[in-house]
Design a protein around this ligand. Structure first.
Ligand SMILES: [Zn+2]
Ligand SMILES: [Zn+2]
Length: 213
């Protein structure tokens, strides 16, 4: 038995929403349901999964916009992000307007996350790391078993998250990447919030924002 996942780009921002599931129990969590809920639910149904939870990396509209509606309609707990993103949750309606998204329903996380926490789905457990910098309350989800990390907008293939939004901080982001992502190992593949997957080793070699050369 193992953890499996499928990434579904959603919203006009092509945000990488991910379904993650335990292939023994077929119970699933959805990471960052920013929108396009019918597409996410179609994938859940197609794979014969039972959706049990919503996990959030951070509360930007393209990642969290569909959370309130999905949680209400499917009676799901909302796990994460870290309390540092409360102001972004409070500002979801304003974010919707600013970026031309459908109005986002407000929500209150069932459980906030802290660095070192873990989250479970079926018989699988992932580790939580707090990686502030893009937003103050940004977290990532890491599976040592399958060597995958769901990193939201912390790190991209060849790039890093923006830090020019309120609460963003470049130096903090770089510290998060180097102290909390790199220890997961060069072979670990990460699923970023936008664009293709890559590995931490590849980014350490070639990403101009964080490479060691
Ligand atoms: Zn973001
Ligand atoms: Zn994003």
């Amino acid at each position: 038995m193992t953890l499996r996942y499928q990434t579904i780009p959603v919203t006009a921002f092509q945000q990488n929403c991910s379904l993650v599931w335990c292939d023994e129990t077929m119970e699933a969590a959805v990471i960052d349901p920013g929108g396009d809920l019918p597409r996410i639910l179609a994938a859940v149904q197609q794979r014969g999964l039972t959706l049990k939870a919503i996990w959030l990396t951070h509360a930007h509209i393209d990642h969290a916009g569909g959370t309130g509606q999905l949680a209400r309609e499917q009676a799901l707990p909302i796990i994460g992000p870290h309390t540092g993103d409360q102001f972004w949750i409070d500002g979801l309606a304003k974010q919707s307007q600013m970026f031309g998204f459908p109005p986002a329903e407000s929500f209150t996380p069932t459980r906030w996350l802290l660095d070192g926490d873990s989250v479970s789905i079926g018989k699988q457990t992932l580790q939580v790391r707090h990686c502030p910098g893009h937003t103050p309350g940004h977290v990532v989800f890491y599976s040592p078993e399958i060597q995958r990390a769901f990193v939201g907008d912390v790190l991209f293939a060849g790039g890093i998250g923006r830090t020019d939004f309120p609460g963003g901080d470049h130096a903090t982001l770089i510290t998060s990447i180097k102290q909390r992502l790199w220890p997961m190992g060069d072979a670990t593949v990460f699923i970023p919030g936008h664009g293709p997957e890559s590995s931490f080793g590849e980014e350490r070699r070639s990403n101009p924002y964080v490479s060691e050369r």
